[in-house]
Structure formats: C-alpha cells, structure tokens
Design a protein around this ligand. Structure first.
Ligand code: GDP
Ligand code: ZN
Length: 295
C-alpha cells in the first residue's frame, strides 16, 4: 500500500514519518540519506507501521549546513528560522550570523528570539549586541521562557501561526524551555519518537517536527556548536550578506571579491562603519571555507 507522509524525525538513516495520523518507521532505498525532517514523502508500506521511502516531493525550501566533506540537511519546507539567543550565557555572533546567512541563502525568513530577559544584569548588553541584526532588518523578539511563560507564548504564538518554523540555538540559550512551552507534551512526544527511531535510551539529539494545529509546525534541531557553510559559493555568499546588498555593483571591478581590492564599495562601507566589521570578517572566513570543499 502507498501513502504520503511528512518526515517528523530523523536519526542517522532512520526516519519517522506521519501519514494520516499514523507514525511509520521509514528507511530509504539503498544507501540514500537525502531525506530531511519536514520532507513530504511518498512511501510504500512494508508492515502496518513500517515503510520504504519511494520519493521525496519537491521542496519549497531546504536548509542545510556543511563541513569540508559533506552537507547535512537540517530541515525541508520550513518558512522561517528562529535563532534563540539569551542574555546569559553569552551568545556567539559567529553562529548567529552563519545561521542568518544560511537562511538568506535558502530563501527563508529569519528572526532572533532573545530569551531570559529576566536576567536584567545582562539585558542591556545583549540588546546592544543585537542592534547590528535589527539594523539589517531582522526582527528581534524578547521573551522569558522561565520568568514569564504566558507572555512568552502570547508573543510567539502569532509569529508561528500558519508557518513552518525551525528553532536553532547554542545549547544553554533556552530552546528546550521554549519548545516545552509552545508544544505541551513535547517531552512525551520525544520519548515516543526516540523509542520508534530506536535511538538508544536517552538520546534526544535528533531533529524533530511538532505539529501546532493543522497549519503550523515547529522543528527542534539539536543545539549546535558548529555551523559550517562550505556549500555556499562566492556568488551565493555575497548575496546572503544582506548588509552588503546596497553596495554590490558599486565596486571598481565587476568581479570584486570585497577582500582587499582597490575602490571596493563593500570595504569602504566597512571603513565608514556602515557594515559591521565582524560581518565582513565572517564573510572572508566563509569565502575561505567555500574554497576548501572536498565534494
Ligand atoms: P537549551 O540548551 O537551549 O535547550 O536550553 P534549556 O531550555 O535547557 O535552558 C538552559 C538553562 O536556562 C536551564 O537551566 C533553564 O532553566 C534556563 N532558562 C531557560 N529559559 C530561561 C529564562 O527565561 N530565564 C532564566 N533565568 N533562565 C532560563
Ligand atoms: Zn568589492
């Protein structure tokens, strides 16, 4: 029997799909591992709760990261990315910027969620650091999952309605606390999924999708320390730095790489403080990474 479902969890080469309210343990044909959480798949049932994936339906979006050796699919068909940061512990601008670049390159809206606003000692500093992102047009939403749970849900629920949202963040920022607020019973669902995927007893480090009503979903991805973007080409990188956009085309050389070329409009904007130096440094680093791919 054939069915169509949505991939709700992935762990290694084990996938869990949901098709008409039924959860199916899925495998791919052969050694294929090109399936992502959020993918809509056509499957053939091999038992009442097991299936083989025949086909991945066309994706609206695909978010991924990559290292030197290969790219890793993060999620398919998401419409927006929430980057969770906190007042404490301090967040990494490098990771935030990489996630924003990945989102822009994938054509996905992105915003920042500043959690733990109750930690007032660090609040002003965090706000100050986030100004560079709001100046680029990324919305910053302030919440406190622990101190003000109801206000947090009230602030985030309208943003999630009708969207497929992926939450990412460094560990410790409060992403699990937010998921637990937004998805009552998330813990139970995680245990069930973990059992169905056979991930081993206490493993919760897999990407999973939760439905929020009929037309919204949230994808929780494990906390990451690395966000490689080796897969982005030079042209993609330049365009994914939205703070560079006003200056592209203004350089003396049409093929300017904005690194050390004379009369480069991007470098001039950095000197004038119109582009944050930290962003340009990251751009240089990503350009270097994109030249190092081995695939
Ligand atoms: P994750 O690693 O990003 O999933 O973060 P957790 O949700 O596990 O939270 C990390 C720590 O921050 C835990 O000790 C939480 O209790 C704490 N935490 C989460 N949200 C808040 C908040 O709004 N305010 C404060 N003060 N602590 C929080
Ligand atoms: Zn230039």
């Amino acid at each position: 029997m054939k069915k169509t479902g949505t991939i709700i969890a992935a762990h290694g080469r084990h996938y869990l799909a949901e098709a008409g309210g039924v959860r199916l343990q899925c495998v791919t044909r052969g050694k294929k591992t090109n399936v992502a959480v959020g993918d809509v798949v056509d499957v053939t049932l091999t038992s009442p709760d097991q299936a083989v994936i025949d086909r991945i339906q066309d994706r609206k979006t695909l978010l991924y990261r990559s290292d030197q050796y290969k790219s890793k699919l993060l999620a398919a068909n998401v419409t927006q990315l929430f980057i969770v940061v906190a007042t404490e512990p301090s967040f990494s601008d490098d990771l935030v910027s990489r996630a924003l670049v990945a989102a822009d390159a994938a054509g996905i809206e992105a915003c920042l969620i500043l959690n733990k606003t109750d930690v007032t000692e660090s609040l002003e500093k965090a706000r100050e650091r986030l100004k560079v992102y709001s100046a680029m047009g990324y919305a910053v939403h302030e919440v406190s999952a622990k101190a003000h749970p109801e206000a947090t849900v009230a602030a985030l629920a309208p943003l999630l309605a009708g969207q497929s949202t992926i939450l990412i963040g460094q560990s410790g920022m409060g992403k699990s606390s937010l998921i637990n607020l937004l998805v009552p019973d998330a813990d139970i669902a995680t245990r069930e999924i973990s059992a169905a995927l056979d991930t081993g007893k206490h493993t919760t480090t897999f990407t999973r999708l939760y439905h929020l009503g009929p037309d919204a979903s949230v994808i929780d991805s494990p906390g990451f320390q690395e966000f490689g973007l080796y897969h982005l080409t030079e042209g993609m990188l330049e365009r994914a730095f939205r703070d560079f956009t006003p200056y592209l085309g203004g350089c003396k050389f049409y093929n300017c790489r904005h690194l050390s070329e004379p009369q480069c409009a991007v470098l001039e904007a950095v000197e004038e403080g119109k582009i944050a130096r930290m962003r340009h440094t990251l751009y240089g680093q990503l350009l270097h990474e994109s030249s190092q791919t081995l695939y």
